[in-house]
Write a protein that binds this ligand. Structure first.
Ligand code: NG6
Ligand code: CA
Length: 507
């Protein structure tokens, strides 16, 4: 409460100085809705150049807001990107921030100040809906049959409705606040990522029971005709139906907005789409002509439209920041035979960029990023270099909440860039690939240090960006990272290598 008063006082003082008058009321802080898509590539939406698929609702955001061409997820996979966005700390500074198992413990220390804590301090109602994938529970992991804590409610969120890990990982149940939604004590849930539990069929043994077959991995317990990563038994009544998931979580997101429409609210709405398994509702199945991957892009676009319509209906659009982005770049075959490769046609999920999900090349982390706030932000495009890791310091600045020392150590206040008031973003940014390769972007230049890790993942057909020699690209001339300039610019290579090494040592 005292921090809330502090924030309001700061606003009053700020406005008093700015207008030389004493405003009766501080202006109401904008609501904030982050719509965080999963595995959506730079080239997967029509406002970023896709032509074979149309995303009119996402495009509506872009037309009415700021569309960034050089915005990055912190990492090329989900868990580390989300860790960094919520903590403002580069994920590679902390062990255990790689892709989390479905029964992982909470990987963010509840004593840390998170983005949600900052928003709460500023007086916001805070909620998270959708994919979590940051682990749940203490060191022994989540108690699916009891109180699941700590989790988002211990990290500054007032409310949570979660897909605990991913759609392709067990347990295939939703968690509301501290409990499995629809839990029945007579049918307890058991989960393992080490060995079979219970007697339910697996994709490995009973492929005849599958409606979607794995292409690699994903051959354990079958739920809703789809085999998953990990084994589970029990919780039958609580299990989700993949086809209904977009409707369920979009409904939860709108419900949160409706219930908090009279106060500033902060909603982190994290979609399952377009992650595997790609199982669209009947309204979208077969509609894209590109198979399930295209269909779930249409479903994601509907989801965005559903939220925007709710804001319009409630009269909230003008003073709500809607930020749309993705947790990492695109992948076509991510482990299920869903015809994504066969039906891709001319569509290029990574747009003009090289690589994809998992990669150190640009398409691993450079993602769509659109910010709409009609009351303040003039529609435009921006080429400022920004990262989702910067939301913490930037939104803290917007809400006039000072960050204490050590909080959000890698987050930079880029509010002027995010508001379209300055063309300048970060001077430099470190990105992370699934292999752990760190790359440094400095202005127009990108440096990937030499390493012996695999250059290519044959299962996902991804160029991982690893090479035994140093790589240096000029992104302004060569966004597709084709011409390695390292031999021409040895001094730049040496200086970027030194800076990358020192940033890896200390914040
Ligand atoms: C990989 C999975 C992939 C996906 C990824 C995490 C296999 C063979 N592949 O291990 O399907 O789940 O993890 O994706 O199991 S993320 O977007 O949540 O980071
Ligand atoms: Ca992802």
């Amino acid at each position: 409460m005292s921090t809330l008063r502090h924030s309001l006082l700061a606003w009053t003082l700020l406005l008093g100085f700015a207008s030389c008058a004493t405003p009766a009321e501080p202006p109401q802080l904008p609501n904030i809705v982050i719509i965080y898509a999963d595995d959506l590539g730079y080239g997967d939406v029509s406002s970023y150049g896709a032509t074979t698929i149309q995303t009119p609702h996402i495009d509506r955001l872009a037309a009415d807001g700021l569309r960034f061409s050089r915005a990055h997820a912190p990492s090329a996979t989900c868990t580390p990107s989300r860790y960094a966005m919520l903590t403002g700390e580069y994920p590679w500074r902390q062990r255990g921030t790689g892709v989390a198992r479905g029964n992982a413990s909470l990987i963010i220390d509840p004593n840390r100040t998170t983005l949600a804590d900052i928003m709460k301090q500023a007086g916001y109602a805070t909620g998270v809906v959708g994919k979590w994938h940051l682990g749940l529970g203490g060191p022994e992991g989540p108690d699916w049959n009891g109180t699941i804590t700590p989790g988002p409610l211990e990290l500054g969120f007032d409310e949570a409705f979660l897909i605990p890990a991913t759609g392709d990982r067990v347990p295939t149940v939703y968690v509301r606040d501290h409990l499995v939604e629809g839990f029945d004590a007579a049918d307890p849930i058991e989960v393992s990522f080490d060995s079979l539990v219970g007697s339910e069929p697996t994709g490995k043994d009973r492929p005849d029971l599958l409606k979607m077959h794995p292409s690699h991995g994903h051959d354990m317990t079958i739920v809703n005709g789809i085999s998953r990563i990990g084994w589970m038994q029990g919780g039958q009544a609580a299990r989700w139906v993949d086809e209904d998931m977009a409707d369920v979580i979009a409904g939860e997101a709108v419900s949160f907005i409706e219930r908090h429409q009279d106060q500033p609210f902060f909603l982190y709405f994290s979609t399952h789409d377009i992650h595997v398994p790609r199982v669209a509702h009947n309204r979208f199945a077969g509609k894209s002509g590109m198979g399930p991957r295209g269909d779930v892009i249409l479903q994601l676009d509907w989801t965005v439209g559903h939220v925007l319509d709710a804001l319009d209906r409630l009269g909230l659009s003008d003073n709500t920041i809607v930020l749309f982005s993705s947790d990492n770049g695109p992948v076509v075959d991510d482990g299920y035979q869903d015809q994504a490769v066969e039906l891709l046609g001319n569509h290029t999920p990574s747009g003009p960029l090289r690589g994809g999900k998992y990669s150190a090349f640009e398409a691993g982390t450079r993602v769509p990023f659109i910010l709409r706030w009609p009351n303040r932000v003039t529609p435009a495009t921006s080429s400022a270099l920004v990262s989702q890791i910067d939301l913490m310091a930037s939104l803290a600045s917007l809400a006039v909440i000072p960050l204490e020392a050590g909080v959000g150590p890698d987050s930079q206040n880029l509010l002027p860039a995010l508001m379209g008031e300055s063309p300048a973003g970060r001077a430099q940014l470190v990105t992370q690939s699934v292999s752990g390769t760190l790359a440094l972007i400095d202005g127009d230049w990108k440096y990937i240090p030499p390493n012996d890790r695999p250059p290519f993942n044959t299962l996902t057909a991804t160029e991982l960006g690893n090479a035994p020699e140093p790589q240096l690209y000029n992104l302004a001339e060569d966004a597709g990272e084709r011409a390695n300039r390292a031999a021409e610019f040895p001094e730049r290579v040496a200086s970027m290598a030194a800076r990358l090494a020192s940033s890896a040592d200390a914040p």
